[in-house]
Design a protein. Structure first.
Length: 87
């Protein structure tokens, strides 16, 4: 068994100790890769939100221009109707 002052907290020796170290290393690598993948997903989502916001702004501007042009067309039509009525 291991002594209380033993530097190995798992109470294993030799090949078992190497396996524990290898497992810890793999778990740390998995954690690091998972954290990186999660950050990448967060960055992609932030970019999608930025793109969505920009698209909404562009579409809102287009709708406003269409509304303005519709008002202009109505005004021209009223003028044309008025001219036709006076003839």
């Amino acid at each position: 068994m291991s002594d209380i002052g033993d530097s190995n907290p798992y109470g294993v020796v030799g090949a078992e100790d190497d396996n524990v170290k290898q497992l810890n290393s793999l778990l740390e690598q998995l954690r690091d890769e998972t954290e990186k993948a999660l950050q990448d997903l967060r960055d992609q989502e932030a970019k999608r939100i930025e793109d969505y916001t920009a698209n909404v702004k562009t579409l809102t501007e287009i709708v406003a221009k269409i509304d303005d042009e519709t008002d202009e067309v109505r005004a021209h039509k009223l003028t044309m109707d008025s001219c036709m009525d006076t003839e």
